[in-house]
Design a protein around this ligand. Structure first.
Ligand code: C5P
Length: 406
């Protein structure tokens, strides 16, 4: 049963032998509908690999305060704000002491400082360390501060001792989470798009030449996927029409996978009239080969050249904007290498869009394939400049601008 549906759990793993149980814990939480993001201390990595935790959680693991790639995808403050519950399991004596002292000397302790979400701590350590007066005082202080202390359990320990100090078993922790959400009125995060539906196209298209070759582009899909995440966060229902990308789709979006521009056109047109907003973030190929060869095209011995006749693809965003019935609020993207404002405003008018997000792709380190971007949002009246930031942050700003215009 989806007893944890939609709950966002930030799982903090510190360096105890019980860390190996976190893969199982994560699976059980996700099975019940939770979304799990994982943060590991450097000692935790001695007991279970980030790769394992990435595979079971479906998201990259955050490990360091100073990792530019991780900060770009979801910065530590965003992570701290994202969680409905921060669950630290196993929590070592050292981490508990650092949390008690209010230290922020690694990513996990910093997140505990930066979050306003409830925190649950599941102690796990040798029974003597647990009995130690310092640990007892530290745990009592966290308890007094309002953190939830779950465990420890009693029994045989990895070191051979017997006593209190075992981490609760994964299923016991899952039950604690269920009980916690049942009995606590978690303040819902602000959801101004609740009741609205958002359709987003993302990624590149592939235009087949023959059964093994195609024409495509470098779009990573990151911006469109970040928009989907941001819309979900704000409470919208999200449909994602995605070209082939190597990133995983947000769990709670309904995703339609397509390859070619014609397939994307069909999927978008089928969905657009039932959505309040359409964001065309996909890098759609403007042209496709007129003929897709049935068999692999062979190299010709008698000619150094070959040519492929290309025909125009339908302009998807313009087709949506031209709908006369049930037309959604329509947002386009424009990647330009010069005269950004002139070309973006031209597209806003020519394609009859409500809003266009323009970026200058001639600048290295932003736009295509990058984690960062800088965007100017043009509406018929007015513009908003969104300076260089992670695509996650930009997506949140864009979704807020769209929400204000609905
Ligand atoms: O004309 P240009 O390709 O620069 O316009 C970019 C915008 O148009 C983007 O929002 C893109 O998703 C959309 N587009 C489309 N169908 C096409 C080409 C572009 O929806 N065939």
């Amino acid at each position: 049963m989806q007893t944890l549906a939609g709950k966002k759990i930030l799982l903090g793993i510190s360096g105890g032998i019980a860390a190996y149980k976190c893969a199982e814990l994560t699976r059980r939480l996700i099975e019940r509908g939770a979304e799990v993001r994982v943060v590991m201390t450097s000692a935790a990595k001695e007991f279970i690999t980030p790769l394992t935790m990435q595979a079971v959680s479906g998201h990259p693991v955050s490990e360091s305060l100073f990792d530019p790639a991780a900060e770009a995808s979801m910065g530590h403050i965003e992570l701290a704000k994202w969680a409905d519950l921060v669950l630290i399991a196993p929590a070592t004596a050292d981490l508990i002491a650092r949390i008690r002292a209010g230290m922020g000397n690694d990513l996990l302790s910093t997140l505990v400082l930066a979050t306003d979400s409830p925190v649950a701590v599941s102690p796990a350590m040798n029974q003597q360390m647990y009995q130690n007066a310092a640990t007892q005082e530290n745990i009592a202080a966290l308890d007094k501060r309002g953190l939830n202390i779950w465990g420890p359990g009693s029994g045989e320990q990895a070191c051979g001792d017997v006593g209190l100090g075992r981490m609760l078993e994964p299923m016991q922790l899952v039950e604690r989470c269920e009980l916690f959400f049942q009995t606590n009125e978690i303040q819902p995060k602000s959801q101004p798009l609740a009741g609205k539906s958002v359709l987003i196209s993302a990624g590149p298209t592939r235009e087949a030449i023959d059964p093994v070759r195609y024409i495509s582009n470098h779009s990573s899909g990151k911006m469109g996927y970040a928009l989907a995440e941001a819309a979900l966060e704000l409470g919208a229902e999200v449909t994602l029409v995605s070209g082939p990308v190597s990133i995983s789709a947000p769990t709670h979006a309904s995703t339609v996978q397509v390859e070619s521009a014609l397939q994307m056109h069909e999927a978008v047109m089928a969905n657009a009239p039932t959505h309040d907003v359409f964001i065309s973030c996909a890098a759609v190929a403007d042209y496709r080969p007129e003929i897709i060869a049935d068999q692999k095209i062979k190299k010709a011995d008698d000619s150094d050249q070959m040519s492929i006749t290309m025909v125009k693809n339908p302009d998807i965003v313009a087709s949506v904007a031209a709908l006369t019935k049930n037309r959604p609020f329509t947002v386009g993207f424009a990647a330009e290498t010069q005269d950004v404002e002139k070309y973006a405003r031209g597209k806003l008018i020519n394609k009859n869009l409500d809003m266009i997000c323009a970026n200058d792709v001639s600048i290295t380190g932003q736009g295509f394939n990058s984690n960062d971007n800088a965007i100017t949002v043009f509406e018929k009246q007015g513009e908003h400049s969104l300076p260089l930031a992670s695509k996650t942050q930009l997506a949140q700003s864009i979704m807020m601008l769209i929400e204000k215009s609905l």
